[in-house]
Design a protein around this ligand. Structure first.
Ligand code: A2R
Length: 311
């Protein structure tokens, strides 16, 4: 029996790329001129766009297995309109992303990167490093108290923080105060951690008004998507001293980070690595492949995106 033809949309990790090649008749974008009609499945990741034009060019496409919990790289409306199944990788990355959020918050507040630089540059013998802010005892807001947001919240409580949150809907049975809007949340807290999904509904949700509500002593941490924060407004707020600092894993136009951000001392910048541990990436890979295999086997998915059940 011939093996199913699967399109690998780059970039994929070498392991995922190779495993798809071992298990299936794998094709890459350069092969599509002659092989488009054979493709029944796509494997993609958040950095690889699966747009409406690509979907339309694949007449026999039935499944898109995305490596990542976010799937704003996929034109979901175009896929669902054709009855194409779409999966993501929820839960398995909650711990890794939550750790990254905490690492960024601690790094900005305790000036870990600046203090490291102080030692490396040989300045310690001549001066004491200045005192820093403390995370314990501070009030942290979570914008997006979902799976990852709740994993961030439990870690913040363990650190001695008070936690509040904003979602569009209140969450039952959590011990955290609810704020009715992003601005109300930002005004109430010392630091704000952003963990909402990307896409049109959260585009620039963190705008100048939210940043100004967070204020000159406030810190913004973004482990969601660059699109969720108005990046020019963020740069301006940091430059003007209207915002105290920021810890960022994601940006508006990855992998390009504006020179205005890299020039600032009060920011810590990561290259979109929140889920990037060996353990978590292996689990994400396994779940991506399990979704693909399940759909090919019996037409079901292990972790369909929520929009599929809403249909
Ligand atoms: O709004 P709700 O009640 O649906 O709550 C969700 C919240 N959320 C929003 N909150 C405020 N304004 C919005 N426009 C908005 N849209 C969504 O974000 C929910 O509590 C949370 C998302 O949680 P989960 O669906 O469990 O996602 P998970 O696994 O925590 O991942 C969140 C995102 C990913 O999509 C990646 O972009 C990133 O974290 O790594």
């Amino acid at each position: 029996m011939s093996r199913p033809t699967i399109l690998r949309v780059p970039p994929l990790s070498p392991q995922l790329h190779d495993t798809v090649g071992e298990r299936y008749d794998a094709v890459d974008p350069a092969d599509l001129a002659t092989r488009a009609a054979d493709v029944v499945g796509i494997v993609s990741s958040n950095a690889g766009r699966v747009g409406g034009d690509l979907i339309a060019s694949l007449p026999n496409l039935g499944v898109i297995a995305n490596h990542g919990v976010g799937y704003d790289n996929i034109d979901v409306s175009a896929a669902l309109a054709r009855g194409i199944a779409v999966s993501n990788t929820p839960e398995v990355l909650d711990d890794a992303v939550a750790e990254t959020a905490i690492a960024l918050l601690l790094a900005v507040r305790r000036e870990v990167v600046l203090a490291d630089r102080f030692v490396r540059e040989g300045r310690w013998p001549d001066a004491q490093y200045p005192l820093t802010a403390q995370v314990a005892g501070s009030h942290v807001g979570i914008l997006g108290l979902g799976r990852i947001g709740q994993a961030v919240a439990t870690r913040l409580v363990a650190l001695g923080c008070t936690v509040s949150y904003h979602n569009r809907h209140r969450v039952d049975d959590v011990p955290y105060a609810y704020a009715a809007s992003p601005v109300e949340l930002a005004a109430a807290v010392d630091s704000l951690v952003v963990v909402v999904p990307g896409g049109a509904s959260t585009d620039a949700l963190v705008d100048r008004e939210v940043l100004d509500a967070l204020g000159p002593d406030g810190v913004l941490v973004n482990v969601a998507r660059g699109s969720v924060v108005d990046q020019p407004a963020l740069v301006a707020a940091l430059q003007d001293g209207r915002l105290g600092g920021a810890g960022l894993d994601v940006y508006a136009d990855e992998p390009n980070v504006p020179a205005e951000l890299t020039a600032l001392d009060n920011v810590v910048l990561l290259p979109h690595v929140a889920s990037g541990t060996h353990l978590t990436r292996a689990a994400m890979r396994d779940l991506t492949l399990a979704n693909l295999a399940s759909w090919l086997d019996d037409g079901t998915l292990r972790t369909p995106i929520p929009e599929m059940s809403a249909q």
